[in-house]
Design a protein around this ligand. Sequence first.
Ligand SMILES: Nc1nc2c(c(=O)[nH]1)N[C@H]1C(S)=C(S)[C@@H](COP(=O)(O)O)O[C@H]1N2
Ligand SMILES: [Mo]
Length: 318
Amino acid sequence: MVPIRPSEITPEHIYLSRRKFMLGLGAAALLAACGRLPDTPEATVMPEGAATSEALSTPRPTPTQKPDIKTAFDAVTGYVNYYEFSLDKEAAAILANESLQVSPWTVTVGGLVNKPRVFDIEEILKFEQEERVYRMRCVEGWSMVIPWLGFPLSRLLKEVEPLSNAKYVRFQTLADPEQMPGLGDMTFPWPYIEGLRLDEAMHDLTLIATGIYGWSLRPSNGAPLRLVVPWKYGFKSLKSIVRIDLVEEQPTTFWMAAGAGEYGFWANVNPEVPHRRWSQANERRIGETRRIPTLLFNGYADEVADLYPDLTNKDWFF
Ligand SMILES: Nc1nc2c(c(=O)[nH]1)N[C@H]1C(S)=C(S)[C@@H](COP(=O)(O)O)O[C@H]1N2
Ligand SMILES: [Mo]
């Protein structure tokens, strides 16, 4: 199974809401006692000790030959695909972190539901958050291991009560030309749209992430909330979500609309199904030089393979 362990540290937004709580009590002395709020991850050393000794006492198998080592924070937040900002991974990270306004923020959840609702990001952050360390495999052949904070998407969907004719979920990223210089590239069918079948969306591994490395999510990685579907290629995990709709028909995604059949709807990771122009047999972890074998469903086959009857059907992997 995936190593999933609650973080030993206090997530930034939970820390902040506790601080708000204390201020609410008027306990200025308490605030003084807990000191200055850190504003960058580098300001604090993360206490990994407890987690490490637990890991040593309960070794668990990993589907790769060696344990998954978390990708460095600077790499995760500094090397990103975020086409709304730039096609260049480093420029995209800098531009997003400099200019994306993540507050105020609302997410509209509607379509085929009993209780359509506009969630303020503050309400989303009140969902109980947990840490999930997931592998992220980009269709381009690189990968990372990322400690997210978030909660299963199923919890959000249950709040709006999907109707029985809802079969798919359609997700939409913000598209604001004022903040996102990449939108000027009109060869792409903005906004960025993604989709899941309802049972994929309800699967426990499917996460809404609101944090990373124990901190608030960075704009570069899709703040203030993004999807994470670890058994599919990274492009399914869209960033900075503004809208979620339950629908009857399979949504046309950004990459489907971009044409040329580059990347399809299912996009489940499979080392044996190559992209038209390159092999998917192996991958490079960012920060390492050697390539390692890519795993079926990115190593999550035990959890998700039964969502897909007849795995010999190659369509599941495009
Ligand atoms: N809105 C939006 N979401 C996006 C993308 C994008 O360009 N725009 N890129 C995708 C791709 S190709 C990948 S691999 C992952 C990368 O996530 P990360 O930058 O947090 O590692 O985000 C995905 N989500
Ligand atoms: Mo990707």
